[in-house]
Design a protein around this ligand. Sequence first.
Ligand code: GLN
Length: 380
Amino acid sequence: MKFQSKLPDLEVTIFSVMTQLAIEYDAINLSQGFPDFDTYPELITRVEKFMREGHNQYAPMQGVMPLRERIAEKTYDMYGAQYDPATEITVTSGATEAVFAAISAVVQKDDEVIIFEPAYDAYDPVVRLNGGIPIYVQLKFPDYNVDWDEVKNTVSSKTKLIILNYPHNPTGAVLSKEDISNLSNVVKNTNTFIISDEAYEHIIFDGLQHQSMSRYPELAQRSFVICSFGKTYHTTGWKIGYCLAPEPLSIEFQKIHQYLTFASNTPIQLAYAEFMQKKDLYLDLPNFYQQKRDKFLSLTSESRFKALPCKGTYYQMLDYSQISNEPDLEFSRRLTVESGVAAIPPSTLYHQKHDHKVLRFCFAKKSETLEKAAEKLCQV
Ligand code: GLN
């Protein structure tokens, strides 16, 4: 049978490739981003309770109401933003589903979409599947700041969408208030939408405040704000996220969501709704992960790797230019096979495979895992 691939140049996502390689060579897996410690037992107990109580059929398409209500409360508490649980909040099967639905809701043939690189690998293919044209803007190495003049020069009447992802995966950069005012200037008087992937909203360090799009009415009215429960409750495998958007945008979003998955896992949604009332858990997450970041930094400080700034997310970029001249893809492979530590080569997150001789390490790991990994890294 003959057929033409819709995405001929696309390979298997680097997150699967590196995890597979780590398993094959029995390496410590600091590549794909997920905790190696378990979620809260009380959360599991609640999921089981709802299953046993018979909450095992379809949830409403938009998500169970108690969860949408808790999400609305949290968003108001954290960012002072009001989203109506009845019409402006949609629970999805992971933030990745929400990204797909939001892009598909707004991007039409030949629409331009601004993507900042390095970029999480889910954005570009979905833009292209919808006939859109990705326009890439490079974050400035080594701080990965945005050059707003460049963005201003790139935005035109063809710009349908800007995709943001802060705290930023893979670089750990965050948005400042100045970034927000620059962004506001760029989109003022345009019909440009924003997708703000805020999966790591609760993982931000050194007392910094997360600059959610929802905080700023001028930005929020054009934004799909996408969040993830997996990152917050150490449950990446449960695949539940959500999207906040003003009603007209949520209507379009739900037109796609209803035929992507229809609805997401019912007992887990009900369990999260109860569990979200323990506000301390997400409020303490910056502290929890900052300790892990600092531990990883101090354990690797004697190595030949050089740490780049990490202000948020559970990823640390390490520069290996003092160790090797190899391209990051080759070096990450060799590090996995010969030294027993797997990491993500960020060149795979650039359309032109920019190689800055850095690797991304996930520090959402038990202390003993970080210690073992650092011991190996210190010998490289
Ligand atoms: N978001 C996680 C990461 O960046 C996992 C991605 C994935 O496995 N698709 O590593």
